[in-house]
Design a protein around this ligand. Structure first.
Ligand SMILES: [Zn+2]
Length: 283
């Protein structure tokens, strides 16, 4: 469906942030020392929720990394401890305040658990296209050109993970809340969504059916009709968990396949059924 400008921006920011985290993960994979890494933790302490992009436990401390995928020119305003994009006088979320908040809340949580490992936190600017003018030296900023050295430094550290560290990691994982309260999904209805099979590669709706394959006119990606229909059923189920999966609806949902018989055969072979021949519900 068509997203509002606000939702589009929100989606773009989420996507950008997620890509940044993936990029930083690829750096963390180069870690060789004895350590435990937990990504994307959502925790709660004293009714306050906070999120940690990357947490790394070594024998003598806990590293907290806040990952930012900002792109382009920014400047640092020392008076207010804030970052501003160079081209616009719009204040962006203050990453330093965010980091301090995370650190304080994590410290409280660890204290509640009776664990007193020191915390070292840093903001990682992961995008190689990021530039910060007037960057202060005494702030916990790690710039794209410094990430490699950060990993090297961590690798050179003597660390030995013991049961105590594993227990902290397990405890944090057990406290992780899988559903983010910050999730804002725009409201949508079946009738308003575009029907058809989206391309598994480029996400466009430019797919056509040729024989046994579903082919994307946009990028040329080919997928078997069976796999494309089942993938669409999966998307349908995720978007409408309360709606029943019945042939008529899936034929409409998949659009391009056209043949009711064909869709029915795919559903029958790959899903289990409930109910009689007419009005069959697939699970
Ligand atoms: Zn495509």
């Amino acid at each position: 469906m068509k997203l509002s400008e606000k939702d589009k921006t929100h989606f773009y920011n989420l996507k950008k942030g997620f890509e940044g985290e993936l990029l930083f993960d690829s750096y963390l994979e180069k870690l060789q020392g004895d350590c435990l890494v937990i990504n994307d933790l959502l925790l709660k302490v004293n009714q306050t929720t906070f999120q940690i992009d990357s947490l790394m436990i070594t024998s003598d401390c806990i590293h907290v990394f806040e990952v930012k995928n900002f792109e382009g020119d920014y400047y640092y305003d020392a008076e207010n401890d804030k970052l501003f994009p160079k081209s616009r006088a719009v204040e962006i979320v203050n990453p330093l305040a965010q980091l301090m908040r995370t650190e304080t809340l994590l410290r409280q949580l660890l204290q509640n658990l009776g664990q007193g490992l020191p915390i070292q936190s840093a903001i990682i600017f992961v995008n190689p296209q990021f530039m910060l003018y007037h960057a202060p030296m005494d702030k916990p900023f790690i710039f794209p050109t410094q990430i490699y050295r950060l990993i090297e430094k961590l690798n050179s550290k003597q660390s030995r993970i013991t049961n105590k560290h594993k227990m902290i990691a397990e405890k944090l994982l057990s406290l992780h809340m899988p559903q983010s309260p910050f999730t804002q999904i725009p409201t949508y209805e079946y009738e308003h969504l575009k029907k058809g099979i989206s391309c598994a590669e480029c996400c466009s709706f430019l797919t056509t059916v040729e024989g046994r394959s579903c082919v994307c006119v946009g990028c040329g990606h080919k997928e078997s009709v069976t796999s494309a229909v089942l993938r669409s059923v999966g998307e349908f189920r995720m978007l409408f968990p309360e709606k029943k999966i019945i042939t008529t609806r899936i034929v409409e949902w998949c659009g391009v396949v056209g043949s009711r018989k064909r869709v029915q055969r795919i559903l029958e072979t790959n899903l289990t059924t409930e109910g009689k021949k007419r009005g069959k519900v697939y699970k």
